[in-house]
Design a protein around this ligand. Structure first.
Ligand SMILES: Nc1ncnc2c1ncn2[C@@H]1O[C@H](COP(=O)(O)OP(=O)(O)OP(=O)(O)O)[C@@H](O)[C@H]1O
Ligand SMILES: Nc1ccn([C@H]2C[C@H](O)[C@@H](COP(=O)(O)O)O2)c(=O)n1
Length: 237
């Protein structure tokens, strides 16, 4: 600009970050912290599938019957709040953040989320939330980089050894439900097998995702790694 005028400042383009991986690899903790640090929105897509499952259970839908689940898939109204400091999820206006974390929902969510009609409804919702996030968003789940947001700017696939994941989860559950590491490891393995083995958008690493093994990393190190990937991407634009 050579006319002496101050160049107009343009807002940085929205950045879309997809974080996928098996259960207990640190997706939620990492995604929330990265979003908060970078001023982005945050979406927990697992919470949406859990909310759908909770609605099915409380409305008497037989979750072992894919046809019944498919018929009901469009009925609940799911709303996700995307503030990383206080993410929320409501179903038909009711706060579902507590009920979706019960053992019953955890044991049934893989069956419900395997039903293609459920995935169609939830995927559409996820895309509309991502496209409305003005500054950008960190979206975590199982199929974000492969299916929901295949054009995401940054894709990360988190992994960790089964032992590390079970130990992390057992630590969380102490005094509440199960505390047995072996049982937790078993339950995680079962859920991962179901999530990876389903036909429609299974848990998978996108070809262009950066894989980060978090087994021997602290949560802070994982957060820094993802923040760096996002900053590098922004700098290269
Ligand atoms: N790198 C890490 N080192 C140690 N503990 C960690 C690390 N990352 C996450 N954790 C802890 O592990 C537990 C599981 O993490 P988190 O809920 O973020 O995983 P997740 O991948 O989102 O799991 P899920 O898919 O089941 O929701 C939490 O208690 C979290 O604090
Ligand atoms: N994008 C996603 C996110 C989650 N799911 C399913 C599979 C998980 O077992 C379940 C609960 O997720 P979590 O809260 O453990 O992250 O939801 C999926 O199919 N696709």
């Amino acid at each position: 600009m050579d006319n002496g005028a101050t160049p107009a400042r343009t807002a940085p383009a929205a950045v879309i970050v997809a974080i996928d991986g098996p259960s207990g690899t640190g997706k939620s903790s990492t995604s929330k912290a990265v979003a908060a640090q970078l001023g982005l929105s945050y979406l927990d897509t697992g919470a949406q599938y859990r909310a759908m499952t909770w609605w099915m259970i409380t409305n008497g839908v037989d979750v072992s019957d894919p046809a019944a689940v498919a018929t009901a898939a469009g009925k609940p109204m799911l709303v996700s709040g995307t503030d990383p400091a206080a993410p929320t999820i409501t179903v038909d206006g009711a706060d579902a953040s507590g009920p979706i974390r019960t053992q019953e929902v955890t044991s049934k969510v893989s069956a419900v989320s395997a039903v293609p009609e459920v995935r169609t409804v939830v995927t559409e919702l996820q895309r509309s939330i991502a496209s409305a996030a003005g500054k950008g968003i960190v979206v975590e789940g199982r199929d974000i980089g492969t299916t929901v947001l295949p054009d995401a700017d940054v894709k990360v696939f988190l992994t960790a050894s089964p032992e590390a994941r079970a130990a992390r989860r057992s630590g969380e559950l102490k005094g509440k439900e199960a505390t047995d590491v072996a049982a937790t490891k078993d339950a995680l393995a079962k859920r991962d097998a179901a999530d990876s083995g389903r036909k429609t958008s299974p848990l998978a690493k996108a070809g262009d995702a950066v894989e980060v093994d978090t087994t021997d990393l602290t949560l802070q190190q994982v957060i820094e790694c993802v923040v760096t990937l996002v900053e590098e991407k922004r700098a290269a634009r």
